[in-house]
Design a protein around this ligand. Structure first.
Ligand code: PLP
Length: 353
């Protein structure tokens, strides 16, 4: 079934300078909203950004039936706007929705919603080399009922915000061996709100101890590295790119997948496997060159300078010739249209008339 999208334009258009504002603080002028009622999506609209009215009984406020995505649009060298890997983000959104017992959004509606919104707000896509437009599709359960149940009503929305460098310097991270983010059979691989709420307290403890983020470990042994904050964890030990395999407890990151693909094409050996903090300690102790970085849409490639394991801190390699920077550059070049997009990752909007 075709879902028409109506468009109501903001009458006074004004792009704000957002470079000095913290990530995600300033929305663009419009948003997309559609309602799920009586078993189908309706009232799909791009409208001026506005606050919601929700019943205090709305199920999402109590039981965590919320799912989101995070993707980016880039200004290309030729002036067109590129939404990066919209298909893979759609697939992950659909899987997350299924895990939270929420209705799927038809692919055409998802893509058209983002296309129309980004096109209308295309003046907000930063043209600077380190800028992009962060796109946040999300769904919440809105049925008003205080008892736990699968909601019969939802809102699917998309909002956007200009984004610049997420981290301005290499990170200090702490290997977390007490708290866990996700366990086998849990929701670790879904991008649902509860995963992030549960991570706040251990992350705050790490911040209080002088670290930027935690490196989560597995829930059984508290030894194997999982991921970090909103990033997948990657390591280069003596030029071999190692990252935890997708076991169902970590997010199937789009950046992770893109970097692995690029690395493979560059002839870099990649290993998707378990990596324990003991293996990292051995590598450091044996004087190997260890690069560590987070990979994610918001942070792109976030170099890690210090890894704290127990009471000891280990220093990673962050010099300009590090492999992670080569991968980061290639990824940016594809997104900006500087090198050919041989994987069909770019969803390029036509130039505004
Ligand atoms: C928990 C978690 N891991 C990893 C990632 C990286 O995924 P992606 O590269 O798709 O942004 C994210 C961000 O979406 C995340 O929230």
């Amino acid at each position: 079934m075709e879902h028409e999208i109506s468009i109501t334009e903001q009458t006074e258009r004004k792009v704000t300078d957002t470079k000095s504002v913290p990530f995600g603080k300033i929305p663009t002028e419009h948003m997309f909203i559609a309602e799920y009622k009586n078993g189908d999506w309706q009232n799909a609209q791009v409208v001026p950004f506005h606050d919601l009215t929700l019943s205090p009984l709305a199920l999402c406020l109590h039981y965590g039936q919320t799912v989101f995505e995070g993707m980016k649009a880039f200004a290309m060298e030729d002036g067109r706007i590129n939404i990066f890997r919209i298909d893979k983000h759609y697939d992950r959104f659909t899987k997350s929705l299924q895990r939270l017992c929420m209705p799927p959004v038809p692919k055409k509606l998802f893509i058209n919603a983002i296309h129309r919104l980004v096109q209308l707000d295309s003046d907000w896509v930063p043209r600077e080399a380190d800028g992009s437009l962060y796109i946040r599709p999300f769904m919440i359960a809105t049925e008003d009922r205080i008892g736990i149940k699968v909601s019969d009503e939802y809102l699917f929305m998309v909002v956007c915000s200009p984004a610049f460098q997420y981290y301005t310097k290499p990170l200090r991270v702490k290997v977390e061996t007490n708290y866990v983010r996700a366990a086998n059979g849990g929701t670790g691989t879904a991008k649902c709100g509860g995963n992030y709420g549960g991570a706040l307290y251990p992350t705050q403890l790490a911040k209080d101890a002088g670290y930027d983020q935690v490196l989560w470990t597995d829930s059984t042994h508290h030894e194997f590295i999982e991921e970090s904050g909103t990033m997948n964890a990657m390591f280069c030990i003596d030029n071999v790119l190692i990252t935890p395999q997708l076991t169902g407890t970590i997010l199937d990151g789009v950046t992770r997948d893109s970097l692995l693909t690029i690395a493979k094409e560059k002839g870099i050996t990649i290993e998707e496997r378990e990596i324990s903090y003991n293996e990292l300690i051995r590598a450091f102790d044996n004087g190997k060159r260890v690069e560590a970085f987070g990979a994610g849409t918001a942070a792109v490639v976030a170099p890690i300078e210090i890894i704290a394991i127990g009471h000891k801190e280990f220093k990673c390699y962050t010099e300009p010739d590090a492999i992670m920077y080569q991968l980061q550059k290639e990824l940016l070049n594809i997104r900006k249209g500087i090198v050919p997009d041989t994987h069909n990752w770019n969803y390029v909007l036509p130039l505004n008339p």
